[in-house]
Design a protein around this ligand. Sequence first.
Ligand code: ATP
Length: 339
Amino acid sequence: MVKVSVIKGDGIGPMIMNSTLRILDTVNDIFNLNLEFIDTPAGDNALREYGSPLPRDSLGKIKNSDVCLKGPVGETAKDVIVFLRQELDLYANIRPFKSFKGVKTFWKDIDFVIVRENTEDLYRCVEDIGVDHAVSLLVITRRRTERIAKIAFDLASRRKRKVTIVHKANVLRSYKFFRDVVLEVSRSFRDIVVEDMYVDNVAYQLIVNPWRFDVLLTPNMFGDILSDEAAGLVGSIGLTCSANIGDNFGLFEPVHGSAPDIDPRFANPLGQILTASMMLEWIAYKRNSRDFLKASTIIRESVEKILDEGKILTPDLGGSSTLDEVTEHVIQHIKEKLI
Ligand code: ATP
């Protein structure tokens, strides 16, 4: 049995999560994965209903589960995801960005990963706000920098063997410290090419030459901002997925937010569905399970097929299909692949 705590979240969250659960039910049946889904209220809707964005009962459900699948949360995101990353010590935020052949963008063949430190920097949220001042503390520690650096180098050793350290060492000594600690760690990974770059140059290079990157290793806030830019390169933020990983637990969520500005019936569910595929891959790795790996792969390939065909697309990708139509087609492709 694999217990999955499920946070549906806000805005488009419940609809894209219901679509994703239909996909997961399909592969659960096909591969006998023995997944159990535990509804876990959190976010703006939970605040309205239970008086807290992360009720104690929900936190208990997450802690008692094997993995958490999360949808986007609205205004209370800080109380939910920023809190959970720190509370569960989910220190590595892994965000892959890869072009899909069928999606029209100005950039082709994008393939890099942002590895973002997830627990400190300005998002440690140590703040003092008065009537005439506002101060936020930028926290970088050696231990947390070393462990995220190891994750980035390990990942690069399974990819194109290059790590770009993103920082702003010319202005803030905290970021110089981040860069220097990562450079120390890099000495144990001699076969990885290492470069370091100011965050503003990275923002520029992502537009003019994104192919130069393999693994981008960033402090917390820069990773947050660059992720949205990177999502633009692959066509839509509605296609992007991410993992928040600690030593013993993983929380998986799309990169995008709750998108309150769109009609949820036309939201793109594929980022949330790919997030579920990423979750299954992580479980496969943790449990050394071929079935979980097969389930993860079949979901990803079915999504790729829809995008390659380019017929059933939501408006963010230039189409006019609904979320339900896209979901039906993913399920159909999964079933066809098994014939
Ligand atoms: P957050 O601060 O939580 O990241 P945000 O409102 O700043 O949220 P997003 O919610 O990520 O940003 O959305 C950015 C833009 O992309 C919005 O115009 C939104 O409508 C659109 N968008 C985000 N997710 C999707 C999706 N799954 N399908 C279609 N459009 C989306």
